[in-house]
Design a protein around this ligand. Structure first.
Ligand code: FAD
Length: 385
């Protein structure tokens, strides 16, 4: 019985599942080897099916449906045969565009949100810098006011979709006030003079996702491209982070479930000492334990969705969910790989890729330690500075 999804949600689930099976999974090997998936090609197909703007207003081409449809989308993407492509999609739908949709001007939404929903352009979120990852308040990329424009200088690091993006949702300093004050979120088209991709990064996993270092050398952007009021960027980005973390958790739950079920099948087929591996109590108990933890995480994620949909603040709970997801994914990856024996260690089996990809969850979108700090702050046990 589902408490959260009605028949229409389930029909939608079948449609997304078919999309993943037909349009993503058959190409994963090729895209992983190429170290990039063709975002423009794939996003256009998704835009045509209405998958890129489920909760965004119909006025800009969105579907205006309830957030549970987005839950379904993320859950089904999480079942894909790699984490890289779902991550690139979620960056576009749940990390680079929520602030634009909620706080952008009508003109900005017409120029950037509408084509993003249609799948005509690819978006990226540019917050982290070489010297500022966990400590977002330490960013140095500067947008200096000049007439009606900003002139942007600096560098961004680790940017997912970074080599393919048509626009960035960029967090930059718009005043010299230190710390979290004086930052703004600005939409930056990547065809603007002075913007360049410095380098694409080679990574441990998530190979089909392009991650890049970006450079800004006197990039001139109209101030009208700012999302919301000047100086509100940090606050808007902190809000956007909650949505990003929730998306990461929802995708991870189904990813873990898939890999555990694959392990169950493997342990049923594989015999040692005259009986199936799964008949060993250590193995079926351990798998039962992992499935229990995954289910508990799913329910925490659904609770976060309910709080968010009701207009509440889910920051503490989504931080707990993100922390748990990162740690649990590592445990699932390690345990399931172990139960595969040597087959867990070879590239011809999906296990090795999952092991690599899952490691990112404790780092990207805010590390485990940053989640612990947020939880401690909400519990009023974080020491003052
Ligand atoms: C594959 C990939 C994709 C990414 N995509 C994007 C993207 O699209 N856009 C974007 O803006 N960013 C992106 N990131 C960046 C990501 O958000 C950062 O890597 C992350 O926030 C950590 O920052 P850092 O790497 O600078 O680590 P650091 O901040 O240098 O931290 C290093 C270690 O120290 C710990 N640490 C830091 N401060 C404390 C403290 N006060 N107490 C205890 N421990 C602490 C951290 O938890 C971590 O374990 C991506 C990263 C990766 C690897």
């Amino acid at each position: 019985m589902s408490l959260y999804f009605n028949e229409e949600h389930e029909q939608f689930r079948q449609m997304v599942r078919r999309f993943v099976e037909n349009e993503i999974n058959p190409h994963v090997e090729e895209w992983e080897a190429a170290r990039c998936f063709p975002a423009h090609h794939l996003f256009k197909k998704m835009g045509d099916l209405g998958l890129l703007g489920l909760c965004y207003p119909e006025e800009y081409g969105g579907s205006g449906v309830d957030y549970w449809y987005n839950v379904v989308l993320l859950e089904e993407l999480g079942r894909a045969d790699c984490a890289a492509v779902p991550m690139g999609i979620a960056v576009h739908t749940d990390m680079a565009t929520p602030s634009l949709a909620e706080f952008g001007s009508a003109d900005l939404k017409r120029r950037f949100l509408a084509p993003a929903i249609a799948g005509d352009v690819v978006a990226a979120i540019a917050v982290s810098e070489p010297d500022a990852g966990s400590d977002v308040a330490a960013i140095r990329t500067h947008a200096k006011a000049d007439g009606d424009d900003y002139v942007i200088n600096g560098s961004k690091m680790w940017i997912t979709n970074g080599t393919q993006a048509d626009f960035l949702t960029l967090l930059a300093r718009t005043s010299n006030d230190g710390g979290f004050r004086g930052m703004s979120l600005i939409i930056v088209p990547t065809n603007t003079a002075g913007f360049s991709v410095s380098r694409k990064l080679e990574k441990l996993g998530n190979h089909a996702s392009d991650t890049a270092i970006l450079s800004f050398d006197n990039v001139r952007i109209p101030q009208a491209n700012r999302i919301g009021a000047e100086g509100m960027g940090f606050m808007l980005q902190m809000k956007q982070f909650q949505r990003e973390r929730l998306a990461g958790v929802l995708m991870s739950v189904t990813g873990m479930e898939k890999i555990i079920r694959m392990t169950i099948n493997y342990c049923r087929e594989r015999h040692t000492f005259g009986r199936p591996l799964i008949d060993n109590q250590w193995i079926h108990f351990r798998i039962s334990e992992l499935l229990t933890e995954v289910e508990a995480l799913r329910q925490l994620a659904y609770y976060c969705v309910r709080v968010m949909v009701a207009g509440g603040d889910m920051t503490k709970e989504v931080s707990m969910a993100k922390l748990k997801a990162g740690r649990l994914a590592r445990e699932v990856a390690d345990t399931c790989l172990q139960f595969h024996g040597g087959m867990g260690y070879v590239e011809e089996y999906p296990m090795a890729r999952y092991f690599r990809d899952a490691r990112l969850l404790s780092i990207g979108g805010g590390t485990d330690e940053i989640m612990l700090g947020i939880i401690a702050k909400y519990e009023n046990i974080l020491p003052g500075r």
